[in-house]
Design a protein. Sequence first.
Length: 466
Amino acid sequence: MTAYSESPNLISEPGEEPVHAPVAEIFGEVADASIPAAVSMPEEPPVDAKAPRKSSFISKGFWAVTDQGLFAGSNAVLIWMLAIWLSPDDFGAFSTAFAAFLAVGVVHTAILTEPMLVFAPDRYRNNLKQYLGALLYGHIVVSIVFGILIAVAALVLQVQGQYAVAKALYCFAAASPFILFLWLMRRACYAQLNPRRAALSGFGYLVLMMSALFIVHQLHMLNFVSALAMLGGSSAVVGIYLSVGQMQVRGLPREFLKDVVMQHWRYGLWASATQVLGYIPGNIYYFLLPKMASLADSGALRAISNLFNPFVQANSALCLILLPTFVRTHGTPEGKRMHRLALLVLAGGPFIYWIILGVANHKIVDLVYHHQYLQYSSLIWIIGFQPVIAGMCGVYGSLLRAKQKMNAVFWGGVVAAVAAVTLGVAMTKWYGMAGVCWSIVITYGLHHITLWAFSRSYSKEKPSVA
């Protein structure tokens, strides 16, 4: 059998592993059916594997970091304002609700966005508008379902008397379809290897968010409702802007839609489990702390982590560039050079930032949060190492995803999730916030070691020919 492909570009040269061959290893089968007419690809000359040079990666990386910085910076300012204006308990309730929303977000990403980053520059590159139109329908269905689930969770908490968390969840239920739509459309720019478009839209998002925040601040109306209204409204405007002219929503062939659903279902099965497992190590504590400590501690963890958010978001942006880049350079000397460069950037930058924040931890927390959360400032020395390890995890995770070794990524997530649940519960109970920070660092360290080991084992595999 041969791997299911749409272009002669995917046929392996002698001595090279086919890009799509690992799909059979993951799902236990290889599709050899005829390609639907809607996704058939014209003959093209082979793509030069050395085309994505370092300069191209650096240029795209600049726009990716700019994009992530603009969006994340706007949201970080909003979270910062909430941390200052809200009481510690109310901000803790917001942090817990936000963590719940992120659980929905990672599944949305696994079902729609992550497969798009693999299939858009490859399988559907000649049918991109049709493909994005199909994903829009998928987003509508998924976001409605998730919105209802969040609202049901809010109702349950309201009945239990947890009114602050319930109120925040209701707000996220209303805003989540628009926020997730923006996530999808921004990532579509990365799938096209065009982060510049996403970055330019980030300026508009920044203007909208800062203008709305200024008005709300002047009216002294900053709360759960106004914050999520700003997020949802700004996301809707910028998401619609990014979608204009980029997708075909009418007249999509049934065979094409069936193929998209099949591919996303196959990829998304592993990706959903992997994303959920990856979510647990960084977010379980927002649910443990209110039970084992207090809502205020949950808010403090969000406040301290928010200081490192710029590099976390920048690394996320670079990983979006890495995935399609590793797909295109897989098995080439250029791919190995990109691997080394990515490690240097994604781990080296957060390391320097961590040292700077650690040296001035008390002064920075005092300055940023206006005398709040000072008792937690020394924890920067612990929690600050997490973005460094996460950067390395991002590189090896992208390498494995590019090879479609989703089983390896999945088992890496299992190791981290099990460590977070077992070690996290114990250390939160025994050592409070310090235990939470140490648990986060240890679980991310185990995650990195696992991904690195799988990456090494796969790199030593003998080449195969489709």
